[in-house]
Design a protein around this ligand. Sequence first.
Ligand SMILES: Cc1cc2nc3c(=O)[nH]c(=O)nc-3n(C[C@H](O)[C@H](O)[C@H](O)COP(=O)(O)OP(=O)(O)OC[C@H]3O[C@@H](n4cnc5c(N)ncnc54)[C@H](O)[C@@H]3O)c2cc1C
Length: 407
Amino acid sequence: MSAGASGIDRLVVVGASLAGMRAVEAARADGFDGEIVLIGDEEHLPYDRPPLSKQLLDEALDVPWFHTETHYRDDLGVELQLGAPAVGIDPERQEIITVDRAVPYDAAVIATGARPRALPGISGLADVTTLRTVDDARRVRGALDEGRRLLIIGGGFIGAEVASAARRRSLPVTVIEASPYPLERALGREMGKALSAMHARSGVDLRIGTSVVELERHGDEIVAAMLSDRSTVACDFVLVSVGAIPNTAWLRESGVALAPDGGVVCDRFLESSLPGVYAAGDIAYFPNSVTGRHGRIEHWTSANEQGALAARNAVGHEKREYSTVPYVWSDWYGNRIQFVGRISDQAPVVVSGAIDESRFIALYRDDDRVVGAVSVNEPGRIMKERRRIAQGASWSEALAAHAAPAH
Ligand SMILES: Cc1cc2nc3c(=O)[nH]c(=O)nc-3n(C[C@H](O)[C@H](O)[C@H](O)COP(=O)(O)OP(=O)(O)OC[C@H]3O[C@@H](n4cnc5c(N)ncnc54)[C@H](O)[C@@H]3O)c2cc1C
């Protein structure tokens, strides 16, 4: 495909991270030879985020760049505009407006991701951080290097990974989770509870059903956190990890329809309400025909797939629909946790291994269909579950696959 053939001579991608990087790669891989501009607000080249809460916290402090600057410029023919936040879109003139210029587009992919949710009265204070960027990871790493006493607010995946990194160094860690059921939204009550038991086994003080009311300081230093259950936890460094919200405030005056959760409303081709403007990654709120649900997915694999598909749809002749069985992984305390699909109201059933042995697969059922699966330390097997869910396998088929001897 060449520029002009599809009537598109200039593709502008906003958000220079995973989905944005995949968008420019895919456009070129499909033969698009028009101009490509990649706009990002971070000063850094695009880098990968999962290692920020894993390897980067204890191994060599190498930033996981996707590519060198030369690769974007010379191999992909991409003009990088970094450190340049987009502040709006002018749909009449077909321009992306950044802080210092207007960038014309024929087609655009917006992939501005999400940022950590803030906790009023706590976020923004000294020795309190979130973890989304490489600079955040350096702060957390610095705290671990100094042997700080960590308080993690939020018992989700990222909080658990940082707790795990602290325990690898035998540092004291407390995790505060407001819900009585950690990871309930991601894994359901039963599995959330089962996996959260890893915290206690690894020496983490997990406090559930409570929240931080106030941080106590001596001078500039945090010394303790007061909790809503009136208990106090000694700590001197705080990570706030209570979810993320889409970076779409910059689109509010642009005529792009936004979902109640702030995501960019897309059709099944990932096109937004502005013709020629597509969305990808953590911000894309789309109808997923596999799960039958509308929503955003905040996982690496979806951002990767959506970036590529959005760019191909933006510059190509034929549009392809996006649907997926969501997939996420997380690494805590030496265990690989993987989840595919969605949870359901029915309790999941362990079909292989045992929770106590930290090696198992459990399936989630909705009526007579298998809709989700979680595994611990079974990395080779979860993708089979993902395929079965994509194929709409029945519950009995899914159970039978585990009853049969493995080949
Ligand atoms: C610490 C951490 C660990 C993770 N671990 C896992 C994991 O183990 N498994 C998994 O499946 N997923 C994981 N994820 C989630 C995964 O990394 C994200 O789903 C993925 O990064 C989303 O990619 P994205 O390109 O949509 O958005 P982002 O990576 O958020 O990138 C968006 C980019 O757009 C920029 N931007 C924002 N506003 C503007 C603007 N106005 N103008 C220009 N640029 C802008 C942002 O600064 C950012 O650079 C992790 C995330 C984090 C933070």
